[in-house]
Design a protein. Structure first.
Length: 296
């Protein structure tokens, strides 16, 4: 199976590259930009085009969100012309006001924000015009590298002793980019084998938490990891933010359909984050050893 991945520097694109490198059944072509022309698509001849998400569209300039929607529209035109499947990943922030109960796939986002509504319009067009699509709604992504990675920014600021501010009244399910990459390739392999299960799916980590709780856990585990390696460091503090004064806003995705259709299980974000912190500390330790050797 050959996949065309757009936006080369995105944390999900990097995770897909790592996952594909471990497999013998998946070939990737990765493009720098976020659009593809019909002629370029014909030359590459992939089985599917994968578009990574805007991780935090609510926090972005409206013009950037609109540009992303325009790029997805352009990709849809190219995929239609070449009969290539389209996979578009989107942020759970499209459910701007959240829901008190876990959100099912059939619930189409209806945000008030104009730029988010532009993204929904693109999703509506995909569903109306092209059967061979997967729209995958994701919880907040985290990874160690790439754009929209979140975790690398948290660690970087904490290590520099800078305070990290995080909302404590928005509840969601943090989602490992590595886990999403593994799931997407598995889903597309099943599609390539004739599953024919096109449509919208939700994919997120287990255990709903606030950004404040997630960030606080990262700080605690990071401190434990560093102290275990004999490194004494004063980390920055985690400061709570409140955006909603009356009640907590919940964006919890119900991921039952992706399990029932593709057998994809949600990954516990605590384990995924712990694994990434292990990897980060190992890289840091190796760099320190190399620097010591070089100075000697």
């Amino acid at each position: 199976m050959k996949l065309l991945i757009l936006d080369a520097g995105h944390c999900l694109s990097l995770a897909l590259a790592r996952e594909a490198s471990r497999r013998a059944d998946t070939e990737l072509v990765i493009e720098q930009g976020t659009t593809i022309t019909p002629s370029r698509l014909e030359a590459i001849a992939p089985d599917a085009v994968v578009i990574p998400p805007l991780a935090h569209p609510l926090n972005m300039a409206p013009a950037d969100v609109t540009a992303h929607a325009d790029a997805v529209d352009s990709c849809l035109d190219a995929c239609l012309s070449q009969n290539v499947a389209l996979v578009w990943c989107v942020s759970d922030q499209l459910y701007e006001d959240g829901l008190e109960v876990p959100i099912d796939e059939h619930v189409v986002p209806a945000p008030r924000d104009d730029s988010l509504r532009r993204l929904v319009q693109t999703g509506d067009r995909i569903r109306a015009e092209y059967q061979r699509h997967l729209i995958v709604r994701l919880g907040p992504l985290f990874a160690l590298e790439g754009s929209h990675a979140w975790l690398n920014d948290i660690i970087g600021n904490l290590v520099l002793g800078k305070p990290v501010r995080a909302a404590e009244d928005v509840i969601f399910c943090p989602t490992s980019a590595d886990a999403v990459a593994m799931a997407l390739i598995g889903m597309l392999q099943q599609q390539a084998s004739g599953a024919g299960a096109w449509g919208a799916y939700h994919l997120a980590g287990t255990e709903p938490v606030s950004a404040f709780t997630f960030t606080s856990m990262v700080r605690t585990q990071l401190l434990t990891h560093l102290e275990g390696r004999g490194e004494q460091i004063t980390l920055g503090e985690v400061q709570p933010l409140k955006h909603h004064h009356d009640a907590k806003l919940r964006r919890v995705l119900n991921c039952r359909r992706v399990l029932d259709v593709f057998g994809v299980h949600q990954k516990p974000w605590r384990l995924e984050a712990g694994r990434m912190l292990d990897a980060w500390c190992l890289i840091r330790e190796n760099n320190r050893v190399s620097d010591t050797g070089a100075s000697a």
